[in-house]
Structure formats: C-alpha cells, structure tokens
Write a protein that binds this ligand. Structure first.
Ligand code: 1HN
Length: 353
C-alpha cells in the first residue's frame, strides 16, 4: 500500500483511548476483532496441549494408593486422569480428548450408566475382568481394544483374582464444546445381558453381517471388542508382507467392519508395529494423538525434547508437533485421536517431511 495513503487513512488514537473504547463496548458484550484475529486464525495450529509422557512405573503405585483410598463403588469410576501439563484443570490430554487410567480390583463392580460421550479402553494389566456394553459382556485381556459408543449402557466388573488396569479414552472435550452432554444412571449395578459372550465378534467380526443389518443411530461399529491376539497377528503378518511405511512402520486402523469407517465417529484408534532398529522419518498431523506402548520400548523425538517410552507408558503428541519414533527393539504401539472428526469436516492434514 502507498505510504501516504496509508497514513491519511489511519485514524490516530492512542492505546488509552482504544482501551477506554473497548471497556465501553465491553459493557454491551462487544469486543474488537482486530485485537484477537491473529490468535484466532493462525497460519498453523497453535495448541496449549504440550507433548507429555506418563511413565507406568511412576503412575502404577498411585493407582494402588487410589484403590486404598476409595472403592470403585464410591468413586463410580476409579480413574486417575492424565492431565496434559498445558491444560491442567480441564481433565484433558489433548484439546479435544480425555484420557485416564482406571483400576478395578477383584470383586469390584463399576455400575451401569450411559452418556453421550464415546469411550474406548485399551487393557494394560490383568486379565479376565469384563465390560458389558448394551447387553453383551466381553472378557478382556491385555492389549484388547474395547469401545463403549455414545449412549450405550456400560458397566465393568472384575471376577478375576488380580487388579485390572486399563487406559480410558473419551471425547469429553469434543462433546463439551458442542454442549451435547447427556447422561443417565442405571438402577441396577450390572445391566441385564441379552446375548452370549462373543456374539458380536461372531456376527460382525468374520467378514459377514446379519442380512438385514441397519446402521445404529449412534453411528458406531456393532463390533465393540477387538482382541489383541488378532491385531498382533495382523501386524506380524504385515511385517512379513512388505517394507514398513517410513513414517509409521506397519500401522493399522481399527475399523467398523460394516462401513470401513472408524469404530466410533468421534475417535480413531490405531495399532502399529515398529520393527527392530526402525527410525521413522519426521511426521506431524493436525490431530493431537495419545499413544501407549504395548510391547518393546520407543524413543520419541520432538524438536525440543525426547523421551523413552516403556510398556504401558502413555504419551501425547500435540497437533502439528513434528516427531520421530525410534525402536531399538521391535515395538507395538496403540494410539487414538480425533482424526475421524477432522476428516469428516474436511480439516485433517498431515506433513511427511
Ligand atoms: C466413564 O464413563 C468411564 O465408564 C471412564 O469406565 C472414564 C471419564 C469421563 C466421563 C465418563 C467408564 C470416564 C467416564
């Protein structure tokens, strides 16, 4: 722009005059966009979410203490929330997602309820506890991925002889920003079961489906348990069948077998195998992502820090944070993010450097 034109077009007002104006219009619920525009529309994502790492070795004793402090019954859900250091007080691990570690002792029950928020679980420790989802019980083993889609009744119980610990992931913040939270408690601790254990895997998990199947209103997969045994077999098979992707190693996404979409509309979940001595090329995407290590150990390298993640550790990579994954031994990672939401809205991006 021509300098003289610019100068004549510029109103002259000092900071104090402007502040006084902002204060006056503020009383009428108005604000000047020009003071905020650069923060609202950034060239690339700017997140308060920080990279963070929770060591299971450090957190596990706190979970034991929590089991001595409060019963699952009193707590409703006995969970230690993994709070992102940049988002403290918001029960958020990324801007859009919640994560926590839940402990349930032998004989305990976490009573039935349902809510708009979708939840996923990744079993970290113990075996033989159950989750029941909409009338079907599933017995869980380490590494199993289990969903409780929006508005499905769910309760957990531990009929085994050891504590059971899993990672919970929920779309709490996403549902919160939409003011779309509804919840209901059941009058009974355990919901009535309507189908035998394993029914949904037999109906939907064998490349077939009941002939008149119609998609449910919550748009979630009717398959709600993905046993680790099968996931692991697929990853190992992929390793035999070709070279790894330079950014991801051998990476699979969990799918709704009826649609090919994500198991729940608001969260995508993934499992990946990094072969021994694999060092990924730098990668970033617009979905803040929560990872946990199922096998091996992984060095996570970001621009300004790096850390070593061991089995059952959880770590989070914020939106658009470039990172590399380095495996000195073969490793398996589970991860989840809001990617399906961004994709359906046409927002999701990645950069493969
Ligand atoms: C919830 O329902 C569970 O059912 C766990 O196990 C964690 C965190 C926030 C809101 C609901 C569960 C939760 C939750």
């Amino acid at each position: 722009m021509d300098k003289s034109t610019h100068e004549t077009a510029s109103p002259t007002s000092d900071r104090a005059t402007r502040e006084a104006f902002y204060a006056r219009i503020g009383a009428d619920n108005l604000a000047p966009l020009w003071e905020q525009l650069h923060n609202l529309v950034t060239k690339t994502p700017r997140s308060d979410c920080q990279p963070a790492h929770w060591s299971y070795r450090k957190v596990r004793p706190y979970l034991t203490e929590a089991t001595e402090l409060i019963t699952a019954e009193e707590a409703e859900r006995r969970v230690l929330v993994l709070e992102n250091p940049g988002l403290r007080g918001k029960a958020a691990i990324t801007t859009s997602l919640y994560a926590g570690l839940q402990a349930i002792l032998p004989g305990e029950v976490a009573r039935a309820h349902r809510h708009s928020q979708s939840a996923l679980r990744l079993i970290l420790e113990g075996s033989g506890a159950y989750t029941s989802v909409n009338g079907e019980k599933t017995i869980m083993q380490r590494g199993d991925f289990v969903t409780t889609p929006s508005w499905t009744w769910h309760d957990h119980g531990n009929d085994s002889d050891a504590p059971m610990i899993w990672l919970d992931g929920l779309d709490v913040q996403l549902v919160g920003i939409l003011d779309a939270s509804f919840a209901e408690s059941s009058s009974s601790d355990r919901q009535a079961l309507q189908r035998p254990v394993g029914d949904s895997i037999l109906r939907y998990g064998n490349g077939m489906a009941p002939v008149d199947w119609q998609p449910p209103p919550n748009r979630a997969s009717p398959l709600f348990c993905y046993p680790y045994e099968r996931t692991r077999a697929s990853l190992l098979g992929m390793r035999e069948g070709g070279a790894p992707d330079p950014h991801h190693g051998y990476k699979l996404r969990y799918v709704d077998p009826l649609t090919g979409g994500s198991p729940m509309p608001t969260m995508g979940a993934y499992a990946q195998l990094l072969p021994k001595d694999f060092a990924s090329a730098p990668y970033r995407c617009s979905s803040g992502t929560v990872f946990t290590v199922l096998e091996g150990q992984v060095r996570v390298v970001l621009d300004d820090r790096s850390f070593e993640a061991q089995p059952n550790d959880v770590f989070v990579i914020p939106s658009w944070a470039a990172h590399r994954l380095v495996a000195q031994e073969q490793a398996v990672l589970f991860s989840f993010s809001d990617r399906p939401v961004q994709e359906v809205l046409g927002l999701w991006r990645e950069s493969r450097d």
